[in-house]
Design a protein around this ligand. Structure first.
Ligand code: F6R
Length: 247
């Protein structure tokens, strides 16, 4: 289903409330809440609201485990463009999550160790019981995580090559496209489907054409986000601009 909100701030608060409900429900049962998280501009308002809830309403992250979707490869966690730095800046530095419960793919591995590492990442997600909720953005290529066109619906965590358009879109963060890594480690589409609920967020006119394709086109690897149509629990959470091309 598609839910359209008047603007991204209202939508982001709704998503944050939904995440907070899961955290509190699990906490009341003495269980962990397992969150699948995305980086990029789209979820920034969600994280800001979660931080506000922590500071002003005492929402605790003591019982939270997180798995991030992806990280550039190669990438040092100390680099400003790393998704580790992004998550610390927008969320983890401001809440009481236990550092050992934060999982972000490691961009520093030697090539020959990546395969085993990805299997471990996958197993860790399974052992945690899968994500209670997975937050997704969408790239203009139709990627979710960094599952670019051509990705299989049952794909697992793996090293991938970034699409040219994805690298162009990231060029501002890196001060030029030539500085954007060509690869990334990403959860697969099959990994994302381990989540009990999936929310895909998209804001602005820039996303309207790909949102239309993701929601309305027949499922295919050409637009990996179309595979979400298989999920009973997915919600496309849009602002009016991102929804503006839907029929
Ligand atoms: C980020 C990720 C990507 C982004 C997508 C949209 O962890 O997996 O799929 O969600 O590229 O990026 P923004 O939100 O910057 O438009």
């Amino acid at each position: 289903p598609v839910k359209v909100f008047p603007d991204k701030n209202i939508a982001s608060i709704k998503v944050a409330q939904r995440i907070a409900e899961i955290i509190k429900r699990k906490n009341s049962k003495n269980e962990y809440a397992v969150l699948g998280l995305a980086t990029g501009q789209t979820p920034v308002g969600v994280y800001a609201e979660l931080v506000r809830m922590h500071k002003e309403e005492g929402l605790s992250f003591q019982n939270v485990i997180t798995f991030n979707l992806d990280e550039y490869y190669p990438m040092k966690p100390t680099s400003a463009q790393s998704y580790v730095a992004f998550m610390n800046y927008h969320l983890f530095d401001h809440v009481d999550i236990k550092p050992e419960n934060v999982n972000i793919p490691d961009g520093t591995l030697d090539k020959e160790n990546i395969h085993d590492y990805c299997l471990q990442y996958e197993n860790k997600i399974s052992e945690a019981g899968g994500m209670d909720i997975q937050v997704l953005g969408i790239g203009r290529t139709g990627h979710i995580g960094f599952n670019e066109p051509g990705s299989a619906p049952n794909s697992g965590t793996r090293l991938v090559t970034l699409d040219d358009l994805t690298r162009s879109d990231a060029s501002r963060d890196f001060g030029g496209k030539e500085n954007v890594p060509t690869k990334a480690i990403t959860m697969g589409i099959g990994t994302i489907f381990k989540a009990k609920e999936i929310v895909l967020l998209a804001w602005s006119k820039k996303k309207a054409p790909i949102v239309k394709r993701a929601v309305e086109e027949e499922m295919s690897g050409d637009v990996p986000a179309t595979f979400l149509q298989m999920s009973d629990t997915v919600e496309f959470i849009l602002d009016e601009d991102a929804a503006s091309e839907l029929t």
